[in-house]
Design a protein around this ligand. Structure first.
Ligand code: GLN
Length: 206
């Protein structure tokens, strides 16, 4: 009897752990998805790579859109059939974290590109906004309440106009590079390329 009770309580605590973090689906059609997976490993959180539509199963309760090349990612989202389940996930208000190209995929408006992908983040984003010379650089700034976060930029965008639904979380030299809109987090920089897990922890807490 006692053994049975202990067994049940262990099962429940395993469920509670899964419920706390869920399984993070990491878009893995192109780009820096492995670095996000390594970050989640550091935090002991479960993840699953999303390469095909059938990878998006009921276990997925949050999604990461990694850096890479947004035009290529957009095409592969369509051809794999992953666009629809991820769009539905975002439309349902579930957590999503876009870094760099991922921010571009989330934006409602792109300043220098005719495409719009998930069209969820109330902002206008300019691709390759820093030009060739300054395309890749490092800096430090806050992301909301997270102070002094190391910022790594690789041919990143910045936000040229922030709509009413989004909140500015990070600014560098007067440029907006981090946004939050409910359960959407978006950074023009790459937290997954640093040792600092705080933004990923915030994402897992959503
Ligand atoms: N320059 C890329 C784009 O416009 C984004 C760069 C990145 O994700 N590191 O899609």
């Amino acid at each position: 009897m006692v053994v049975a009770v202990e067994y049940i309580s262990k099962e429940e605590s395993a469920d509670a752990e899964t419920a706390k973090h869920g399984v993070t689906g990491i878009l893995a059609v192109q780009g820096a998805f492995a670095e996000h997976a390594a970050m989640l490993d550091k935090l002991g959180a479960q993840w699953k790579l999303l390469r095909a539509a059938e990878d998006f199963d009921d276990s997925i309760d949050r999604v990461i859109l990694p850096g890479g090349e947004s035009t290529t990612q957009g095409k592969l989202l369509r051809s794999t059939g992953l666009f629809e389940p991820i769009a539905a996930h975002i439309a349902a208000g579930k957590p999503v974290f876009g870094t760099c190209a991922g921010m571009i995929l989330l934006a409602k408006r792109l300043e220098n590109d005719d495409n719009v992908y998930f069209g969820a983040l109330d902002a206008t984003v300019r691709r390759n906004a820093y030009g060739r010379q300054l395309g890749s650089f490092a800096s430090t700034a806050d992301f909301g309440d997270i102070k002094d976060f190391p910022l790594v930029f690789i041919r990143g965008p910045f936000v040229s106009d922030v709509g009413a639904d989004a909140t500015i979380e990070t600014e560098v030299d007067g440029r907006v590079v981090g946004l939050r809109q409910g359960n959407i987090l978006a950074t023009a920089f790459h937290p997954e390329l640093t040792d600092d897990t705080r933004i990923h922890e915030l994402f897992l807490s959503l």
